[in-house]
Design a protein around this ligand. Structure first.
Ligand code: NAP
Length: 199
């Protein structure tokens, strides 16, 4: 199956990212969803092995990037530098509730400008969603860590804006030029697998 060329993509396209390595992280239902229709991530796709993998990866990241309705949680989240996408600021602004975070609107400032304002060190930037943010960075992933859970979320929110019944997240990653590395069973009893896709 190939991605639907008529499916909506991100409204803006980021310029080529050369300053940092870009890695995405998502846990996705069997039908390619990250949350239900109300924007809630259900317990059926939450998994402790995946959380452990994610939290360890984010500990080593120069910055974490996500939309206004996403957050990795956990006891170390406040210590991580982060960019939170929102259209409620013109370009870049402090987040009054999180000292290590900046609010960022890609329409008003480049990714490089936002990382510089954040004081992000060299290294990897972790993209953790949601849908539109995963789609925005699709041309730029050096790696995408795709965890799969067996539950389905009918009518849910897809991992990529382009995901449909015709195109799986794997189709979309392949079309973006990434290739899968061997799949790992990170929680065999729960049927949870992790495949890292690399450019
Ligand atoms: N399973 C997973 O791996 C995973 C990963 C991530 C999230 N989730 C779940 O998915 C749900 C939320 O997903 P979501 O897609 O609705 O939320 P989201 O990306 O976290 O937040 C959407 C908001 O982010 C801002 N935004 C997104 N793209 C933007 C852009 N290009 N420019 C400027 N601002 C932008 C907008 O905020 P404003 O409205 O402020 O402008 C938008 O309303 C939550 O339940 C979360 O837990 C699951």
């Amino acid at each position: 199956m190939s991605p639907d060329p008529k499916a909506p993509g991100p409204a803006i396209v980021l310029a080529m990212i050369v300053t940092h390595r870009i890695e995405g992280y998502a846990i996705v239902s069997a039908d390619g969803m990250i949350a239900d229709a109300d924007g809630v991530m259900p317990a059926s796709i939450r998994n402790s092995a995946d959380q452990k993998f994610l939290q360890a990866a984010l500990d080593g990241a120069a910055a974490v990037v996500h939309g206004q309705h996403s957050h990795e949680g956990g006891p170390r989240a406040a210590m991580r530098k982060r960019l939170i996408l929102t259209r409620h600021v013109a370009s870049i602004a402090p987040d009054p509730s999180q000292p290590n975070a900046l609010l960022w609107n890609p329409e008003g400032a480049t990714f490089e400008q936002a990382l510089a304002a954040l004081g992000a060190a060299a290294g990897t930037v972790a993209i953790i969603g949601g849908t539109e943010v995963f789609g925005l960075f699709l041309p730029h992933y050096d790696a995408f860590h795709l965890t799969r859970a067996p539950a389905t979320i009918p009518g849910g929110r897809p991992v990529f804006p382009q995901t449909s019944s015709q195109s799986t997240p794997e189709d979309i990653l392949a079309a973006a030029g990434l290739r899968p590395t061997p799949r790992r069973d990170i929680d065999a009893a729960a049927g949870i697998t992790l495949t890292t896709w690399k450019r």
